[in-house]
Design a protein around this ligand. Structure first.
Ligand SMILES: Cc1cc2nc3c(=O)[nH]c(=O)nc-3n(C[C@H](O)[C@H](O)[C@H](O)COP(=O)(O)OP(=O)(O)OC[C@H]3O[C@@H](n4cnc5c(N)ncnc54)[C@H](O)[C@@H]3O)c2cc1C
Length: 296
């Protein structure tokens, strides 16, 4: 079988190629400058596209590789990826499965898993889809010996023009690679309460992260610190959830954590189904006790 993977920042190629490489030849496409990330994952060839990537010119560049040659085309799920996926699916007359976080090849078909009903349930489907968009971070990349050859290709000038680009507010934090996360939820009550959480963050040498209400709705933390289905997928050694109820959309982002400690005043909070250590209590009483215990 022949597979093609597109990921503009290269990183999603590594995990998907790891998953696919025992089933056939895997080819990758990324943007110039990102190709070095994906050269040790058993791909047959990596194409690096040179120029400013937009939906139309990336699609044209991919078409030059002859998309009909591939049994399946996997596209990293991003605004650009989803744009291209639709164009590819319509050009090769396939359906497209979007936002998959797991898949298995089943003969001529593919079995995919994705969140459904706003993340409340998982939809498992078997289909003949040739185009699948895959959520970043879905598969653990594993290196193999040998280096994949790179072919450079020029992107045409896009017919889309950008009037203005506005940078998202960033603090340079990378919660995805933090070994210890202290994550806060709506249960902290107000932004000022973060001051009472920081001694714990410092005591465990961790990073601060949060649930969607905290990062997106109330903006107590920046968006890049959001854990969950529509935020970052994190895999720390220790994840400490403070005042987080543990809805499925949050769990989707922290399920890969090794050890989960939860503090919640509601003994029936779903987070207690997901944690290794649970403390039923008021976080504002529990946190100082944890800090003083850690200092001893
Ligand atoms: C499509 C979609 C995508 C989503 N994506 C995400 C996502 O990426 N990330 C995400 O987090 N959510 C996401 N959500 C929202 C999600 O469904 C929940 O609404 C959200 O996770 C709830 O956040 P929370 O736990 O902070 O707040 P709540 O559910 O309000 O929970 C607050 C918790 O704090 C506890 N508490 C209150 N006071 C204290 C105290 N003093 N001490 C101890 N405990 C206390 C309460 O008992 C409660 O359990 C998404 C929803 C949808 C529909």
């Amino acid at each position: 079988m022949k597979f093609l993977i597109f990921s503009e920042d290269g990183s999603n190629i590594c995990g998907i190629a790891t998953k696919l490489r025992d089933n056939g030849e895997v080819y990758g496409v990324t943007i110039e400058g990102e190709e070095s990330k994906c050269l040790q994952y058993g791909l047959k060839e990596v194409y690096a596209l040179k120029g400013r990537p937009m939906g139309d010119n990336c699609f044209k560049a991919l078409n030059k590789i002859d998309l009909t040659n591939f049994d399946r085309i996997f596209i990293s799920s991003s605004p650009l990826g989803r744009d291209i996926a639709g164009m590819i699916a319509s050009s090769i007359r396939s359906i497209v499965i979007t936002e998959a976080f797991d898949f298995h090849l089943e003969g001529e078909n593919i079995r995919t898993k994705r969140f459904f009903f706003g993340g409340k349930t998982i939809l498992e489907e078997e289909s003949s889809a040739k185009v699948i968009t895959v959520q970043p971070g879905s598969f653990e990349p594993e290196k193999v010996d040998g280096n994949t050859p790179v072919t450079m290709a020029d992107l045409e000038v896009s017919s889309i023009t950008l009037d203005q680009e506005v940078e998202k507010e960033r603090s340079g934090t990378d919660i995805e690679s933090a070994p210890i996360l202290v994550s806060i939820g709506r249960g902290i009550g107000k932004k000022e309460a973060i001051d009472q959480i920081m001694p714990l963050v410092e005591a465990v040498h961790g990073e601060l992260s949060g649930s969607r209400p905290v990062c997106l709705d109330y903006k107590w933390l920046t968006e890049e610190r959001q854990v969950g289905l529509s935020g970052k997928k994190v895999k720390p050694r220790v994840y400490i959830a403070l005042g987080i109820s543990g809805q499925i959309q949050h769990i989707a982002g922290m399920r890969g954590s090794k050890t989960v400690i939860a503090v919640n005043k509601d003994k029936d909070a779903p987070i207690f189904q997901e944690c290794d250590y649970g403390i039923v209590g008021d976080l504002f009483q529990v946190v100082p006790k944890l800090v003083s215990a850690l200092k001893q």
